[in-house]
Write a protein of this length. Structure first.
Lengths: 164, 610
């Protein structure tokens, strides 16, 4: 009999809740769950950063651009155990107002792929990772952005974050 | 006849005290292939020296007397410490033995040395191929045993052999559906599936509950191949399995039954509450494509679960225009006067009357009642609040049904449907209007697109307006038709709408669009300013004087866009004003940087040293 260890079980529960959140958003908002989920990811990022600061003494730095904010969020998330290392992401600053993000290996990839198979196009995906990146830019650099998925790859995905 | 040298060699092989001499003698004698030497070689096998044993094994293999198998097939050789002895034994058994040696070679498959394992596999493959070639049912038991082997190549060969012998060895196969080895149960299920015999049906059905996942998958596949309708209920029951491969195999198996499976599937869909099972049932019905399923699938377009609604849309796709025709009534309804019911729902006279009115509003599925019911769902009376919520669910789900209907119609990609969904642009639900816009875009009905222009400027929900503009832009209507709509939409309060409108104006390159684009350079939203800049660049060098004028704008973001656009347009007239900016020490650093970049473009300089 297989037994899930505690570390994996944490991820398992997080992914289950996230999938449930996405599914419920689509139950209630059909093909337009973005507004609801953007808000959910904003709250999630706020809680995460606040917990890092209050309970673990990991303080975020204020940043001035989208790229800097993303770098800072990745740094904090590595310290917070959310990401293994910064190499999980490839950030390309097209210009100060647009950063392209490639997630090389994403834990939510399966979830997105399933939605893709069910007939939803890549641009209609609400990627929790990019959603939280967008929220982080808002919180750390005070820049309001939009985000969009452009491609789902074998293990990761590609998208962009752009100033509104 | 033996020569004197030969006799001397035999003597050495028997009596020499030097084991190396004895070994050499044995090997030399092995080339003679003299049947009289058999006893000598067999005796040498008993020699405690490994070198002599090895030579004797080689010699016996060369001699080719099958009787030697009895002497060789012993653990002391097959599990000898010496690798060479083990290897030579496996080779010798392969050369001398018949199919029976397979039993002795099984352990060699797990030998610590890959050379021995590889040789054992190769011998086993030869033997299995021989058995299959001979087609002797008496040896079927050996083939069944080979199904459990770790090498899939050999198991496949054995399986093919069993498929050919199947009618004669059926009881043996049925017995082995309960074999202790999962691999044997799996392959036997395949054999039975390929032979399509119904005799094993009961046992196969039992194996749908097998502890091993692969066995369950192969069993489901086999039941689909056999096609006996008695298996349908059990296959439907196994749709509860959460494993994707198993689920897909079961769906494929049920699809093979075709219309025979439709009635039980309908019944299961009606009685099941598990959303994933429902999705699987809906997928199956879609793939079978029996017209009797259309009505049932349409009902699931209104489900409260997104995954079920989506599955129903996917399934209805398989029916093509028939499904589109069937969903049309969902979109065509005459709104009746609901004022009296709304009044009754709000009145404070009798709770029962209010509840009845709310239920009636829910039954009517009229979206106009939604705002009132939302209000009543917070009523202090819990019964009223509960009934209002239930009515809202009915109204909301009915709207999902209309959305689904529009998606089904949109997927036909046939223009003739576009006129028939026009009324949905005026639906009370924004979700429905949004899907109507998307469906019209897919159908590409240019005539109906004119209606979209109205939606693009008048719809109360900004997502619907921006989607309408996106669709209009995709349809690339003529400039005269689009211009006014886009101009009007550039004044919209929502940034997404203004963005789409700006993009349209950029595409049109119409003289009247120019002032609006210049105005958009002042927009607080970055993406709109960039789209306006792109749009202005589309106008070509004619807009250069106007862009030069914008260089003195008091808005820095506007100046940036104008400088950047001038650089991209490539008119050398812009060099002088840009140089003034670049050389002015009071110019802000960011503006100076953009001016320098634009000048590089204008002077066609790359920055590379000459």
């Amino acid at each position: 009999m297989n037994q899930v260890n505690r570390e994996e079980s944490g991820w398992l529960v997080a992914k289950a809740w996230l999938a449930a959140l996405e599914e419920t958003a689509r139950d209630f908002h059909g093909n337009r769950p973005q507004t609801f989920l953007e808000r959910a990811y904003q709250h999630a990022t706020e809680h995460f950063l606040r917990t890092l600061e209050n309970d673990y003494g990991i303080y975020p730095k204020r940043t001035l651009s989208i790229k800097e904010a993303l770098d800072e969020y990745i740094r904090l998330s590595v310290l917070g155990g959310l990401f293994k290392d910064a190499g999980q992401f490839n950030l390309t600053e097209v210009n100060v107002n647009r950063v392209e993000v490639t997630s090389i290996e994403c834990p939510y990839h399966g979830m997105c792929r399933e939605l893709l198979y069910s007939g939803i196009s890549a641009v209609d995906l609400t990627c929790p990772r990019l959603g939280c990146f967008r929220a982080a830019v808002n919180l750390l650099a005070d820049i309001d952005c939009t985000y969009e998925m452009t491609e789902i790859m074998e293990k990761g995905c590609h998208g962009y974050i752009e100033r509104r | 006849m033996s020569t004197s040298t030969d006799l001397k060699t035999r003597q050495i092989a028997r009596t020499s005290d030097d084991w190396l001499e004895r070994r050499r003698a044995l090997i030399e004698l092995s080339h003679a292939k003299d049947p009289d030497l058999y006893d000598l070689f067999i005796r040498a096998l008993a020699d405690p020296n490994k070198g002599i044993q090895h030579a004797a094994i080689l010699a016996l293999a060369r001699l080719g007397n099958p009787e030697a198998v009895a002497g060789l097939a012993k653990p002391k050789f097959l599990k000898a410490e010496d690798l060479q002895v083990r290897l030579a034994t496996v080779k010798a058994l392969g050369k001398l033995g018949d199919a029976k040696v397979i039993d002795h070679l099984f352990d060699s498959m797990d030998d610590p040395e890959w050379l021995v394992r590889n040789e054992a596999l190769s011998v086993l493959r030869d033997k299995v191929e021989t058995i299959v070639h001979n087609g002797n049912p008496a040896q079927a038991r050996i083939l069944v045993r080979m199904l459990g082997i770790s090498d899939p190549g050999i198991a496949e060969i054995a399986m093919q052999g069993l498929i050919e012998m199947e009618p004669v060895i059926r009881p043996l196969l049925i017995d082995n559906l309960k074999n202790v080895r999962p691999a044997v149960r799996l392959y036997v299920a395949r054999v039975i599936g390929a032979s399509r015999t119904t005799e094993a049906l009961q046992y196969l059905i039992e194996n749908l509950q097998d502890a091993d996942l692969q066995v369950r998958i192969e069993t489901a596949r086999a039941l689909g191949q056999i096609g006996d309708t008695r298996a349908i209920p059990q296959l439907i029951a196994s749709l509860h399995n959460r494993n994707k491969v198993h689920l897909q195999t079961t769906i494929d198996a049920l699809v093979r039954f075709g219309t025979t499976a439709v009635m039980p599937l309908h019944s299961a869909l009606k009685n099941n509450r598990d959303s994933l099972v429902k999705c699987a049932l809906i997928d199956t019905l879609g793939h079978i494509g029996d017209p009797s399923s259309i009505a049932i699938l349409i009902r699931h377009l209104s489900d409260s679960c997104f995954v079920i609604r989506n599955a129903a849309i996917r399934a209805l796709q398989h029916f093509g225009p028939a499904a589109a025709q069937a969903v049309l009534p969902l979109l065509q309804f005459e709104p009746i006067d609901i004022d009296e019911l709304c009044k009754a729902a709000q009145s404070q006279s009798s709770v029962n009357n209010r509840l009845r009115a709310m239920k009636a509003l829910g039954d009517l599925e009229d979206h106009r009642a939604a705002p009132l019911l939302k209000q009543l769902s917070n009523d202090q009376n819990p019964e009223v609040a509960q009934t209002a919520q239930e009515a809202l669910i009915r109204i909301g789900c009915a709207a999902w049904g209309r959305c689904g209907a529009l998606m089904v119609i949109g997927q036909t990609e046939n223009r003739k449907w576009s006129d028939k969904i026009l009324s949905s642009l005026a639906d009370d639900s924004p979700h429905v209007r949004y899907e109507a816009v998307r469906a019209i875009g897919r159908l590409n009905g240019t005539q109906t697109a004119i209606k979209l222009k109205e939606t693009a400027v008048k719809d109360p929900v900004h997502q619907v307006r921006s989607e309408a503009l996106k669709v209009l832009r995709g349809m690339a209507l003529g400039s005269a038709e689009m211009l006014q709509t886009a101009l009007q939409a550039t004044k919209d309060s929502d940034p997404a709408v203004r963005l789409e409108a700006t993009r349209i104006l950029g595409d049109l390159v119409h003289e009247q669009g120019l002032p609006a684009l210049k105005e958009r350079l002042l927009d607080p939203i970055w993406s709109i300013r960039v789209s306006a800049e792109n749009g202005l660049v589309n106008y070509g060098k004619t807009v250069v004087p106007q862009l030069i004028e914008l260089l003195t704008s008091d808005k820095s973001e506007t100046r940036y866009c104008a400088i950047s656009a001038l650089g991209r347009l490539g008119d050398t007239v812009a060099i002088e004003p840009l140089e003034t900016i670049a050389q002015n020490p009071k110019t802000p650093p960011r503006e100076m940087e953009i001016a320098r970049q634009s000048l590089l473009l204008l002077k066609r300089e790359t920055g590379r040293k000459r």
